[in-house]
Ligand binder design. Structure first.
Ligand SMILES: [Zn+2]
Ligand SMILES: [Zn+2]
Length: 173
């Protein structure tokens, strides 16, 4: 007999299922909206409807420089990021009802970036559960959630359903 899935696993599995719809070959992100254990929305990162997506037009890459402090030595890291897509969390906010977001929980495959976190913080969501870390924005995002009193937690021991989690390409964001 298999054991019954707990709610966290159940909803994070659904976020990973949503992420498989993404056509960005650099990063597949999925997010679901849950209110009182009810699933009220699902979204993934993608280009606006009716516009060529990353699989058709290629990723739209921008280069960014990140300042790292490694054992006291500052290092500049060059990174590429795809800006063609609307992030999963932003699509989730575009396609869900404000009423449904009051006191809701968002499950998302990846720790939200700064912009998504800022939007989620103003959306009625009271809890965010994520799986994969996103170190670049982690410190300021965690501070924001603390200020807003939003529960912000990662499920580190979670294992995504097989076939739903693509390894993130090196340096991809
Ligand atoms: Zn892309
Ligand atoms: Zn984002």
């Amino acid at each position: 007999m298999t054991t019954r899935k707990d709610w966290d696993t159940y909803f994070l599995d659904m976020a990973y299922m949503a992420s498989t719809r993404s056509r960005c070959n650099r990063r597949h992100v999925g997010a679901v909206l849950v209110q009182g254990k009810k699933l009220l929305g699902a979204a993934y990162n993608g280009a606006p409807m009716g516009v060529p997506d990353c699989s058709e037009a290629g990723c739209m890459l921008v280069e960014e420089y990140e300042l790292l402090n490694l054992e006291g030595a500052e290092q500049v890291l060059k990174k590429q990021r795809c800006i063609r897509t609307i992030h999963a969390e932003q699509n989730l906010l575009l396609f869900t009802d404000p009423k449904d977001r009051e006191n809701s929980v968002v499950y998302v495959t990846d720790q939200p970036c700064w912009t998504c976190s800022n939007m989620l913080a103003n959306s009625g969501v009271i809890e965010i559960v994520y799986h994969r870390p996103y170190n670049k924005d982690s410190a300021k995002v965690t501070a924001l959630m603390e200020q807003k009193g939003i529960i912000f937690r990662s499920l580190e021991s979670y294992v995504p359903p097989s076939g739903t989690s693509d390894p993130i390409k090196d340096g991809a964001e």
